[in-house]
Design a protein around this ligand. Sequence first.
Ligand code: DON
Length: 580
Amino acid sequence: MAGMNQHKRHPVAWCRGRAVFPTVLVWAGLVVGPLNLGAASAPIYARQGMVVSQCAIASRVGLEVLREGGNAVDAAVATAFALAVTYPAAGNVGGGGFLLYRPAQGETAAYDFRETAPAVAHERMFLKDGVYDSKRHHLSHQAVGVPGTVAGLHLAWRDHGKLPWRRLLAPGIRLAEDGFPVSYTLAGSLKNILPQMTNYPASLAQFSRRGAAFQPGDKLRQKDLANTLRRIAARGPAGFYEGETARLLTEEMRRHGGLITGEDLLSYQARRREPVRGSYGGLEVFSMPPPSSGGVALVEMLNILEGFDLRAAGMGSAANIHRVVEAMRRAFADRAKYLGDPDCNPGLPVDRLLSKDYAGELRAAFPAGRAGASSPQDVLDEKDSRETTHLSVVDASRNAVALTYTLEDSFGSRIVVPGAGFLLNNEMGDFNAGYGLTATNGLIGTLPNLAAPRKRMLSSMTPTIVTRDGELYLVLGSPGGRTIINTILLTLLNVADFEMNIQEAVDAPRFHHQWLPDQIVFERHGISPDTLGLLEREGYRLETSPYPQGFVCAIFLNSRTGWLEAGMDHRAADAGAAGW
Ligand code: DON
């Protein structure tokens, strides 16, 4: 929160961290009260443009870009580079992700900058003497995938950006060089992660004060990261995939048995992909195609649920939870069975999974009044971590960006590249661990997502843009591993079916079912005990998670008023919406 107060004083732009400021917008002397009187919680309003991210400092960076005439892509790129400095748990240059861009006019574009496996990767690399080696899979130099973020942000900017590339890097460089105040939340997450960094001196040096934890209000300066960002600003992707940065990264790999070579870095390519398209009632949904499973699973679930009258049964009712959970179960089984990198799996049955007919067949087979069942046999042939980050931007012309990127775990591999100041991902952990390992605990061992040279690991990231009658309606995304897909589904249903304003939709309690383990995980205090009792009697196994499910950053365009409305997740203490 330390970084927040300065935003409160900002003369033009308006920015909120948590629910600490009144829900009114003060801009140029105009005071606008909540437009939806009677709502449980009100969104943040802006007319000209809005940036919502998990860190208020970074949102303000994006807002300044919009105010200078940059478009949504410019703002998203600048915000992402700022997050790489101010939100080191997930903001990154050493990871990867996906960006969806919907211009006010023209076709929606999807950018895939998912990490790839190094050239020497193979499908048995996470087995030791035939037995699954979780440490190598998730926390080792071999868990690092070839980073995609710099290539992806640059490709999207080259296609659509307006402001100079260097301008977009400048705030990130300044924040890394001069430092920024460590918030209460960041201090806590750094304190928690330090014991896991003891084998990595460069990580300890960057994220502690000579081994002691940062206190809230301390300044975090990252000089090596500033220099890496300067090289990227000066040379574009060549400042990362070649030269000094590449040398420092590959030396770290060589010293510690990592697999990434200079050739892996040089051959990395971000890709333009055809977005997944679906519809739900009168809404058109655009989301991420493989190698993310997010868009396909989301549209499959929406297609199934379209056949029910969710509104009549009521939000949070046992009847609706039953339907939504059964849709989740089927979409996650299909995800495990069919999905992986499309470049390595020719003929993925995406069209079938997205078809209304297929959804109708699944719906017709729903069990009435009792829980369905999941089994590893469903696919015949892990654990989720909790740090990724999403940002949503809409500019004055109503161009929109949804960008989700990640290091996989919180602080990724925990490994800072010595001399280069950035954290490496541990994304190789998103490959299936080994063939045939599918088990009731959620480990998946299907073919399409086994590791292979230069292959992209399957993701659940679901940056999504929704339109109505050809006009922008909603931009949203979230972190949360496999829970991401369900978080996006529930938030969208809250707006579309239950007519919540975007803040209410984001605040509403969430739940998750991912086929295996066969259980519904609820957020604490989300659902009434008697509703839970009804579900238990239907045969569902219920769990309560002590953690929040996702952190949604969403922007809704209210067609009635023409105003943008931000839904900012109070589950993320440092999040910020900045609009003007
Ligand atoms: O790509 C994926 O689906 C995961 N690596 C995302 C990890 C994640 O969301 C963790 N964070 N909350």
